[in-house]
Design a protein around this ligand. Sequence first.
Ligand code: SF4
Ligand code: FES
Length: 243
Amino acid sequence: MNTPSLLLDGLPVPFSVGQTIMEAATAAGIFIPHLCHHPDFKPQGSCKLCTVKANGRYVSACTMPAKDGMEVENNSPDLNDKRRTLLQMLFVEGNHFCPSCEKSGDCLLQALAYELEMLTAHFPQFYPDRPVDASHPEVLLDFNRCILCELCVRASRDVDGKNVFALSGRGIGKHLIVNAESGRLADTGFALADKAAHVCPVGVILAKRRGFLQPIGCRRYDRQPIAMQPARPLASGGNGPES
Ligand code: SF4
Ligand code: FES
């Protein structure tokens, strides 16, 4: 039987049955912007950054199974414009003040904003005021930068078996919580060695006493734009406090 393949921006991309569009593209070395997708976890399709047009319909590449002969549009002005708007909404909903954030240069949100040439945040800022949790001896949580991707939730639940994090509330009130009666990280079994300590794509889960260790010019996305990086941004466990 012939290997099935799809057409991605006109290029034939082979895939194995059961793979998603995202998996097929990544295996072929083609970058599809994403935030909530991580190769180690079941996709959940919440950020919508990976929206592509498959046979004329908008779909999430991370959840949509690849189909033989499917025509997929990825790197187009229309899609990148929509992705830029999604990024702008994320930037104003949180406090993403990159010049003072130690994740700058290693942040997936920031790297995508550069990649998609986002020049301003465009919308009015929300300026959330969520208290920082510095209770844990090794890790700090700055909830004001959370993009609700649920990677830490999935990592803690599915890999660490600890269920330290959860999302609570609805709509604009939706937020990340720590599963302890006190709500404090120090009152959970969380440890720096946990997978959940190393999956946050932005600057929420930060190892203490390691901020700004990496000189400017040597940070992950200083070296190469995100679309040119050889592996997926999070595939090597990068982007965590230790990366
Ligand atoms: S803390 Fe980080 S990993 Fe967890 S939901 Fe927020 S942005 Fe995602
Ligand atoms: S990466 Fe596909 S919806 Fe977030």
